[in-house]
Design a protein around this ligand. Structure first.
Ligand code: M6R
Length: 608
């Protein structure tokens, strides 16, 4: 969950490391720190708060160096204090280390050191790793790291400086991602490829249980067994401009507004001649597809909501036994999952720990696995092997928006493709859906053009502290996504319920201080949703609706409404989610929240 950046080369390392940390700050922003090596002298600066604080602190001191490592923290073990910020150093000052992950046996190891009279300066699990490596280090850094890794349990990405080695630094991966880059006498490492893009897009995604040595000569790669491995770089087709805010006040708004183009990219080449064509990307034969009996969609957070939309489509079009589950539940459940199961793992980052663990489990059980991700070379992509790419471009805002849109598109294509192989999607319906999917980007942009109206509505609700979102069928996951967006960036309480469940409890909450946000496009169950709206209104709840344009009936029961263009009912989530993203954005902005970096959250949840 933390952000890591490392550099060695001929330039001033501080500037490069700070710039990298700024780019990675979405991964954690409790505290930050940097270590700079000038010859054998290593200087450290750390502080509580953002990378901007660290930058200001650094300007006041005279730390320099051509080699440096930096960290932006999302606290797990130990509070948010300067002492707990990384880098951490062993008592003799021989090893300086930053870490992303969790060391599970740090208590046990800490005890051993404590018995020898060693005192820890922090409450973190990380410091023990610096102590351990230092205690094992004689003159071979690789050996010390390997021996330490053999004793550490848990998940860790480390970047390590040795005080007596001035021309190299080391990276270790077991779990959380680390990406390396090398070009023109410089070598970089970062938690995420976006931080490397200003310097190179030739990168190496470290595999689990690898150690890398980075120097001006490039990258040397080793396994935990000490065997040398080939350091093969890959070209990523993202560029640095994709990771800048441009003229937008926040990444979230920029990313919401990119959604028309995200759809164009995700659909490109996959909708041809009015039919769906995934034959080049779907890794299983037509025969395999016909033999599937079950389909599982497994994901976390927003990705799970996109999966729930896909689950409803799969119910309708595939004839398969469908299961949609949060990865954190799936991995510990006794799920029936075998060679007749297509298990689809959905993750924008491809680094979410629970989703990765669930994918490993399904693979072991013999399921046919597919990753739907924005980062093809992510851990999930490599774990699963078969990937359907979102093509949404890098997403920086912690609140997922454009990747949700990409997921809806990729999962709709996938589900309909399977339905077609299974014979449940008839050609006429396929043609209608394809023609409408091709029109979606313009419809999305039409809604976005009314963003200011959403702001005016948000202003009217700024004093309320709780919202209830409802929807039925395919609109229920949209309600869940709307509630998640609102709570994560505005810190206003929001919960979502299936509209039909209101009478079974949630309706007790309603009064004039509890608005109901109803997702109610014109679909086959529209009238049922309308009844739930009326019941809520009878309890004096203010009603905000997301409805189809031209729906006069619903206006009569709404205090405020967002209207979206008509579309096929299976595709309504592509449109109805947008006003909810904008509502959350504007409410958070009116409340003065840190929109791109909401408190307590990190973009990639790489620990359990
Ligand atoms: O990278 P992933 O899609 O696996 O991430 C899953 C969730 O952590 C993520 O969707 C999270 O819920 C976002 N903050 C939602 O805005």
């Amino acid at each position: 969950m933390c952000g890591i950046m490392g550099y060695i080369g001929s330039r001033d390392a501080a500037g490069i490391v700070i710039k990298g940390l700024e780019c990675l700050e979405y991964r954690g922003y409790d505290s930050a720190g940097i270590a700079l090596a000038e010859g054998h002298k290593i200087g450290i600066s750390k502080c509580v708060g953002s990378v901007a604080n660290l930058k200001a602190q650094l300007e006041k001191c005279s730390l320099n160096g051509k080699m440096g490592i930096g960290h932006t923290r999302w606290a797990t073990h130990g509070g948010v204090t300067r002492e707990n910020a990384h880098p951490h150093v062993d008592p003799d000052g021989r090893v300086v280390l930053i870490h992303n992950g969790i060391i599970e046996n740090f208590h046990e190891l800490g005890e051993e050191f404590a018995q020898k009279g060693v005192r820890f300066a922090s409450e973190t699990d990380t410091e023990v790793a610096a102590f351990l490596i230092s205690s094992l280090y004689r003159d071979d850094p690789l050996l010390a790291i390997r021996e330490a890794c053999a004793r550490l349990r848990g998940a860790f990405a480390f970047v390590i400086l040795f005080a007596d080695i001035a021309d190299r630094y080391y990276c270790v991966r077991k779990g959380p991602s680390l990406v390396l880059g090398a070009a023109g006498g410089e070598a970089f490492c970062a938690s995420d490829v976006t931080a490397l893009l200003p310097y190179t897009n030739n990168v190496l995604f470290m595999e689990d249980e690898e150690i890398a040595e980075l120097s001006a000569e490039g990258i040397s790669l080793y396994g935990f067994d000490g065997a040398r491995k080939e350091a093969r770089l890959h070209l990523v087709d993202w560029d640095a401009s994709m990771t800048s805010k441009g003229m937008y006040p926040h990444f979230m708004l920029k990313e919401i507004e990119e959604q028309g183009n995200v759809l164009r990219r995700t659909l490109a080449g996959r909708l041809e001649g009015g039919v769906i064509n995934l034959s080049a990307e779907f890794p299983f034969s037509d025969e395999d597809a016909r033999l599937f009996r079950r389909i599982h969609f497994v994901a976390c957070g927003t990705s799970c909501h996109a999966s729930a939309v896909a689950g409803r489509l799969a119910d309708r079009y595939t004839g398969l036994d469908v299961r949609v589950e949060a990865a954190s539940e799936y991995r510990y459940g006794n799920v029936v999952c075998d060679e007749g199961t297509l298990a689809v793992f959905v993750s924008q980052s491809g680094e979410t720990a629970d989703t990765l663990a669930a994918a490993r489990l399904a693979r072991i059980k013999g399921a046919r696995c597919l990753a739907v991700t924005n980062v093809v070379s992510s851990s999930l992509g490599r774990e699963v092997g078969a990937v359907l790419e979102l093509r949404a471009g890098p997403e920086i805002g912690v609140a997922a928006t454009k990747t949700f849109m990409g997921q809806l598109a990729a999962l709709t294509l996938l589900t309909l493709w399977i339905g077609k192989q299974k014979g449940f999607l008839v050609p006429q319906k396929e043609k209608r859906l394809c023609a409408e999917m091709a029109r979606l980007p313009l419809k999305v942009e039409d809604i976005l053009a009314q963003g200011e109206d959403v702001r005016k509505i948000a202003e009217r609700y700024q004093d309320l502290s709780a919202f209830l979102f409802i929807g039925r069928g395919i609109s229920y996951p949209v309600a869940m996504e709307g509630a998640l967006k609102l709570k994560e960036i505005s810190y206003v309480h929001a919960e979502a319920h299936a509209a039909g469940e209101m009478k079974h409890g949630p309706i007790a909450l309603l009064d004039k201080r509890m608005p109901v946000v109803a997702v109610a496009p014109r679909d086959g169950i529209y009238e049922k949703t309308l009844s739930s709206i009326q019941e809520s209104r009878a309890r004096k709840a203010p009603i905000i609706t997301v409805a189809s344009r031209g729906d006069k009936d619903i206006r009569r029961f709404s205090d405020d409404g967002f209207f979206v263009p008509e579309t096929e009912e299976e595709l309504t989530p592509f449109l109805t989610v947008i006003p909810l993203q904008l509502f959350a954005y504007h409410l958070a902005s009116i409340l003065g929240r840190e929109i791109d970096r909401p408190r307590n959250l990190a973009k990639s949840v790489t620990v359990e």
